[in-house]
Design a protein around this ligand. Structure first.
Ligand code: S3P
Length: 435
């Protein structure tokens, strides 16, 4: 088990590029797998989640190799091979839920399994709509959890109102809809990240979007015809978020992040930080499905705010880091409507609140969020902090540690590699000290 000690620093900032977007990389792995011929993808994330998904696609008959920064991925033209063994999805909820949709209508039986954290995450949320489409799915874990076996069957389209704001469930149903007969419509409860829709459009799959309703006409068993193509993965905004928020809350600090994805369904953090008094500017440099650009940040004394409603899905992965930012801001930072955090890689409400308290921060936990009272005098916790298999908890606590009064030991930090293998190097590059 890996641990790291993060030291407090008085100066922090600089310039960097973050690795490729985890959500986009995994969707590209699945969609280029459907294409005929070899696609070329630049900026594909080397993190474990993206690699687990790519590995699963290879077990299904895809071939993939990296040539420098370019991933060459040769698709199956839609005819997958039945894998000999269960697919190991590692820690990837996105890989598991989206792939279940893609495979539900294939003529084959596939089992998917994952690590301890993924094996605790709810899968009933995809089983329900997939079964409405005619799929046969067994969840053999204790409580509607992995391992999952999919017995591929012919599917039919449905109209499905999402009971929770989840891009993973939305994408699962849309991917299943590609191999269904008839029309599939998903109605979102709140707008969530739209990378699947954008990629469908880039790849020429017709999609109709009317407010919160997304519809497509299925291609039945033969699936869609997709041509091999060249795609670029933008830098992951959720990885950049740690540096952006930490610098925004440190008066005198400066940061430039280049090549980062700026899809508005991912960047609600910027609006919240600005509301808290942050000095942030954005420059758009290119557009390839998602807008890409540079984020400039200058640190300031922030003040608390309330984060709730439609903002939540568009910063869902940034909430642990926003709670950390709340501890540095003057006044209360209130997070509401975020009960989904309880079923992420860990219960991010309980774990974040508990860890903040161990730094001496006053926090109230709510069923759907928390209230953080800032600014706190941050004392290094006496005991090491565990990440509970959750990369975003490990990285958020590493950022808080840079503001503490003594070094902080973080345990189980190997999970950081799921989304951001270079995190510790980048922390040092920006002036952090890590052992
Ligand atoms: C993701 C969607 C979000 C997010 C996750 C990645 C995706 O999950 O938390 O890290 O790639 O679609 P939900 O859609 O389940 O909220």
């Amino acid at each position: 088990m890996h641990s790291k000690t993060v030291y407090p620093v008085s100066k922090f900032g600089g310039e960097l590029r973050v690795p490729g977007d985890k959500s986009v990389s995994q969707r590209i792995a699945m969609l280029t797998a459907l294409a005929k011929g070899t696609s070329e993808v630049s900026g594909f994330l080397h993190g474990e989640d993206a690699m687990s998904t790519l590995g699963a696609m290879c077990s299904l008959g895809v071939s993939a190799k990296f040539e420098g920064d370019i991933l060459k991925i040769t698709g199956t033209g839609g005819k997958f091979m039945e894998p000999a063994n269960p697919l190991d999805m590692g820690n990837s909820g996105t890989g598991t839920r989206l792939l279940a949709g893609l495979l539900a209508g294939q003529k084959m039986t596939v089992t998917m399994a994952g690590d301890a954290s993924l094996s605790r995450r709810p899968m009933g949320r995809i089983k329900v709509p997939l079964e409405l489409m005619g799929a046969k799915l067994d969840l053999t874990g204790e409580q509607g959890t992995l391992p999952m076996t999919i017995h591929g069957t012919p599917l039919h389209g449905i109209r499905y109102e999402l009971p929770m704001a989840s891009a993973q469930v939305k994408s699962c149903v849309l991917l299943a809809g590609l191999f269904a007969e008839g029309k599939t419509t998903v109605v979102e409860s709140r707008p969530t990240r739209d990378h699947t829709e954008k990629l469908f459009q880039t790849l020429g799959i017709p999609l109709h979007i009317d407010g919160r309703e997304i519809s497509l006409h299925g291609f039945g068993l033969k699936g869609p015809q997709i041509a091999a193509c060249k795609l670029t993965v933008p830098g992951d905004f959720s990885s950049a978020a740690f540096w952006i928020a930490a610098v925004a809350a440190r008066p005198g600090a400066e940061l430039v992040v280049r090549g980062v994805g700026l899809n508005p369904r991912r960047t609600a953090l910027l609006g919240v930080l600005k509301r808290m008094g942050a000095l942030i500017e954005v420059e758009f440099t290119e557009e390839q499905g998602d807008p890409i650009g540079t984020v400039f940040v200058r640190g300031a004394q922030l003040h608390g705010t309330e984060i709730s409603g439609d903002e939540i899905p568009n910063l869902i992965d940034e909430l642990p880091m926003l709670a950390v930012t709340g501890a540095l801001a003057k006044g209360d930072t209130v997070i509401r409507d975020a009960a989904e955090l309880r079923v992420k890689e860990s219960d991010r409400i309980a774990v974040t609140a508990g860890h903040l308290r161990s730094f001496g921060v006053e926090v109230e936990e709510h069923a759907d969020g928390m209230t953080v009272h800032g600014p706190a005098q941050l004392h290094a916790p006496k005991e090491p902090l565990a990440a509970y298999g959750d990369h975003r908890i490990a990285m958020s606590m590493a950022m808080l540690a840079t503001f503490a009064d003594a070094p902080v030991k973080l345990e189980q930090v190997e999970c950081v590699a799921t989304s951001y293998p270079d995190f510790w190097n980048h922390l040092e590059q920006l002036g952090g000290k890590v052992e």
